[in-house]
Design a protein around this ligand. Structure first.
Ligand code: TXA
Ligand code: MG
Length: 342
């Protein structure tokens, strides 16, 4: 299959291109689209066959449910049921934006989207191109991140092309994603609102709006093989480059001393400006104090490690609060939860 690349400028949206993309999606094709978080691999969420094709194009496990992307807040009333007050509060505060809310789903949403669960994940993206496309299709789009399952999520159209080129009908190039890590996923289906995946809307921000919010244990700890995941996505290794990644946490001088003794094939994933202090190849992923920049650059940095053929990677540890928690969570998964404290 030849994958068409369609450039759409978010600041000057070409309606003809939007209707072309909408036609592809209405016809059951898969199209990668930009969102403010990462690129998504979209299909008509109400078309069971098209949604099944997402799973095969990505090599995604069948039991990992997809996010349902809406064009307007009002759509939620048709696709979710028993919507609690907290959902309205969060939607008012954070939609459109990088927040996904798990709610009881209505019967219109095919089981393949929710992987058989009676809940579904809903999100209203703020990216103008995503919004225009969903609006033009007129129904929600199911979309996971547009990467091959297990590899780092794509933050540029080039990332998508390298993973899914030849497997999908089209890629809409809307430029670089501004958040850079996937949306925050919060479940409102249990007793207490629970963050299943940290992201651009921080836990601190959620608490300001709805009070008590807990963070699911799987965010910071690997799941035991037989443990039941609250969010099926948490049980899979993720975001992993081909290299063996280890997070290294501790005093900077100690880190320099430790890794300096390492042999060939070792690469440092570090903060901007630290390259000169390591006598190893380095890939940087942002300023040490700037978690938002680290989020924007992390996945590209992980892909770059593959490009330079890194074998073993020691990664500097991000902050664990605010946006930093999202960065730390992705890096932990890329490292298979391997952390060295020195
Ligand atoms: O920013 C994002 O969220 C991007 C863009 C494209 O919107 N999408 C994305 O999708 O990251 P994906 O499929 O890579 O991640 C969705 C996560 C998975 O961890 C999945 O297990 C979880 O959401 N999820 C989906 N439906 C769920 C449900 N009903 N209950 C619990 N977790 C759910
Ligand atoms: Mg994903």
């Amino acid at each position: 299959m030849l994958t068409e690349v369609i450039k759409i400028n978010p600041d000057n949206i070409d309606e003809e291109s939007i209707s072309h993309v909408a036609k592809l999606l209405t016809g059951g094709e898969l199209v990668a689209i930009p969102t403010e978080t990462v690129y998504g691999l979209a299909a008509n969420a109400l078309d069971k066959t098209a949604v099944e094709a997402i799973f095969s194009a990505k090599g995604r496990p069948q039991d990992n449910p997809l996010i349902v992307h809406l064009a307007d807040k009002s759509w939620l009333l048709k696709y979710a049921v028993d919507i609690p007050d907290n959902a309205y509060k969060l939607i008012e505060a954070f939609w459109p934006g990088p927040l996904t809310i798990i709610l009881k789903k209505s019967l219109i949403i095919p089981d393949v989207v929710s992987a058989g669960l009676d809940t579904a994940a809903f999100r209203l993206p703020s990216h103008p191109v995503a919004k225009a496309i969903i609006e033009a299709v007129g129904v929600p789009l199911a979309a996971p991140s547009a990467n091959i399952s297990g590899s780092p999520s794509p933050t540029t159209a080039a990332h998508v092309l390298s993973d899914l080129g030849g497997r999908i009908a089209a890629i809409v190039d809307g430029g670089e994603c501004s958040v850079g890590v996937e949306s925050t996923v919060v479940s409102l289906c249990g007793e207490i609102p629970t963050v299943l995946r940290p992201g651009g809307v921080t836990t601190e921000m959620l608490r300001e709006v709805i009070g008590n919010v807990v963070i699911d244990a799987a965010v910071l700890n690997g799941l035991e093989d037989d443990a039941k995941a609250t969010s099926p996505g948490m049980k899979y290794k993720h975001y992993a480059p081909k290299a063996h990644v280890v997070i290294i946490n501790g005093e900077f001088n100690k880190i320099v001393n430790m890794v300096s003794a390492m042999g060939e094939g070792t690469t440092m994933l570090c903060f901007d400006g630290e390259e000169a202090l390591f006598n190893l190849p380095c890939v940087t992923y942002g300023a040490r104090e700037d978690s938002a920049e680290q989020a924007r650059r992390l996945f590209d940095a992980l892909r770059r490690l593959d490009d330079i053929g890194a074998k073993t990677v020691y990664a500097r540890c991000p902050a664990k609060t605010g946006m930093g928690l999202a960065v730390y969570n992705r890096l932990l998964r890329a490292a298979g939860f391997e952390v060295i404290e020195i």
